[in-house]
Design a protein around this ligand. Structure first.
Ligand code: AHG
Ligand code: MN
Ligand code: MN
Ligand code: MN
Length: 338
């Protein structure tokens, strides 16, 4: 009896319908899938393989790296460097872009990734993930520079994430909707289990790190206050709240049952001279692409995230994404405050 559609079959059939497809993109996605399966295996084995705990180093973001941040980064580089589809890669865990070693051919795509998202959750055995984005290299296959990576999110060819949760899942978009696959550990294949994922336009659930409440800007405070006021407040509804501290897990919940996720600009972030908490190239853009493809919205406040012109590889931005009508409401609150 057939087991269902594998991710390889799904991607191949999707690409077969794409005009001028060479097979490079399909092969690149296959390598990314392999990398995520390897990371999943390490995450699953956790303490058994000595994978937990700190690596004792700091990344360019000023964060202490976990062993699994470093290991996942290495796995991603190794799985994706050799096949000849990429011009270069960039990661949350590396200061500079990674050039494809001279021993390997170069290709027309660029890959950016957050190898392990939510890494503060590793040691407590809560869901983590991997986020990636694929761009075309504007300069072709010549040696790419940082400037080649600085493309607006609207230019993304594909984006996806792997979620290492109770089951391992892969969620993908290449601009034709969003599809979810579950890893069957027995056969080592991702199987299509969540075709055409869509985000309900309305929701009664929001996610924000409320410990930052005293730093929030007025529009965010207004929105959350109104949610917290419940049935007696202006919304006339009771709201629920969630905060996992793994963006992958939050976005996956929103893709499954709706909701809003916010890591907004606040006074504390501003005082550090940062543009936000989350990274535009590794987190905000790929997740925005997925969320918009599923019918949701994604803004920094007033502006759409995917229209931002990136200025720096490691640029940080505020993120407000999820159910379309709620995101639009928060966007309006920002507009009214200016
Ligand atoms: P990463 O583990 O890749 O550095 O990302 C963590 C991010 C994101 O996944 C999460 O939503 C947020 O940081 C959590 O931040 P707080 O610890 O401030 O809640
Ligand atoms: Mn990090
Ligand atoms: Mn992250
Ligand atoms: Mn990370």
């Amino acid at each position: 009896m057939p087991h269902g559609t594998t991710i390889t079959q799904f991607i191949s059939e999707e690409q077969r319908r794409a005009p001028g497809a060479t097979g490079d993109f399909t092969a690149l996605l296959n390598d990314i899938v392999t990398a995520c399966k390897m990371i999943s295996n390490q995450v699953n084995h956790g303490a058994l393989v000595g994978a937990l705990g700190s690596a004792g180093s700091e990344n360019v973001q000023g964060e202490t790296q976990k062993k699994l941040d470093v290991l996942s980064n290495d796995i991603f580089l190794q799985c994706n460097a050799w096949a000849g589809h990429l011009g270069a890669m960039a990661s949350e865990e590396m200061d500079d872009i990674y050039h494809i070693p001279d021993e390997y051919p170069r290709g027309k795509y660029l890959l950016t990734f957050d190898p392990l998202d939510g890494s503060s959750n590793i040691d407590v055995n809560v869901s983590v993930g991997t986020i990636f984005s694929i761009l075309k290299c504007p300069g072709g296959a010549e040696k790419p520079t940082v400037r080649d990576f600085l493309q607006a999110g609207t230019q993304q060819v594909a984006a996806g994430y792997a979620l290492y949760g109770p089951s391992t899942m892969m969620v993908l978009t290449s601009g034709k909707g969003v599809n979810g696959f579950t890893l069957d550990q027995n056969i080592g294949e991702f199987i299509l289990t969540h075709p055409n994922m869509t985000i309900p336009a309305d929701t009664r659930e929001f996610a924000i790190n409320a410990s930052n409440m005293r730093f929030w800007d007025a529009p965010v405070k207004r929105y959350v206050d109104e949610c917290l006021a419940g049935k007696e407040g202006p919304r006339g509804e009771d709201f629920n709240m969630r905060w996992i501290a793994s963006m992958v897990a939050e976005v996956h919940r929103i893709l499954t049952r709706g909701g809003v996720f916010m890591y907004p600009m606040d006074a504390k972030i501003r005082s550090k001279g940062q543009g936000g908490k989350l990274r535009l190239m590794y987190e905000a853009n790929p997740m925005s692409f997925i969320v918009e493809q599923a019918g949701g919205g994604s803004v920094i406040g007033q502006e759409r995230i995917m229209e931002l012109q990136p200025e720096d590889l490691h640029q940080r931005v505020p993120v407000i994404l999820g159910s379309r009508n709620e995101v639009e409401r928060i966007r309006q609150y920002h507009e009214e405050a200016t």
